[in-house]
Unconditional design. Structure first.
Length: 226
């Protein structure tokens, strides 16, 4: 989540100075997707390497199929995102995630785009961690676009669903203008997008939020296109 406000006020004669990013992508995604499992899901991460993904790789590593975002030995100076090179529209995305360290915020981007010449991305985020002094696990945030919670589950729902200091399963289901999120098999978001101008396709991204030393761990990332 980006807690600042990202906007362009061209009508007022203002311009937004954006930072040049050094996001690099040393590999090209293969034209052939990995084979699907018996349920039709395709793994987005292999046991090693970051093929098919792009981002600032000094902040991301693959340890036996688990993507680890961030560092425990230093502060995170800005939001960082590891993103797929492939664009997805309607899909069923499954993964497990947890947070480690002093920092306590990250998220899973989807139907998202990179902001040109900037380290940020713009799009939907399934939230993780704490913000505004409350748990936001399983919430739906609009990163760098409307910059607000689109749907925030009640605190008691998050408390019932969230597993502290453990792996938490996410399911993100996107079909047309409907977005649903499950946290540990408990529905936390059932959102209908009313703005027809919002794109219904985009990349998928794994975030580590700026702040104190922290790591976001992501594993068993698999997707089924619908």
């Amino acid at each position: 989540m980006w807690l600042g406000i990202f906007c362009v006020l061209s009508a007022c004669g203002w311009t937004l100075a954006v930072e040049q990013t050094d996001v690099v992508s040393p590999t090209k995604q293969s034209a052939d997707d990995p084979p699907a499992d018996k349920e039709g899901f395709i793994a987005l991460v292999s046991d090693s390497g970051l093929d098919g993904w792009e981002g600032k790789f000094e902040w991301f590593r693959n340890e036996n199929g688990t993507i680890i975002a961030g560092r425990l030995d230093q502060k995170i100076p800005r939001n960082e995102f590891l993103c797929t090179q492939k664009v997805y529209g309607d899909f069923d995305l499954r993964l497990e995630a947890k947070l480690v360290g002093e920092g306590d915020n990250a998220g899973i981007q989807f139907r998202t785009t990179r902001i040109p010449n900037n380290h940020e991305v713009s799009g939907y985020q399934a939230d993780m961690g704490t913000a505004w002094n409350r748990a936001v696990w399983g919430a739906l945030y609009d990163e760098s676009r409307r910059n607000k919670m689109l749907e925030l589950p009640e605190a008691e729902v998050v408390q019932r669903a969230y597993r502290p200091d453990n792996w938490n399963t996410f399911r993100i289901l996107c079909q047309g203008n409907r977005i649903q999120i499950w946290l540990n098999d408990i529905l936390t978001v059932d959102y209908l997008e009313e703005d027809e101008k919002i794109d219904k396709k985009g990349i998928i991204g794994l975030q580590i939020h700026s702040g104190p030393p922290a790591e976001a761990h992501y594993r068993h990332i698999r997707i089924k296109e619908l």
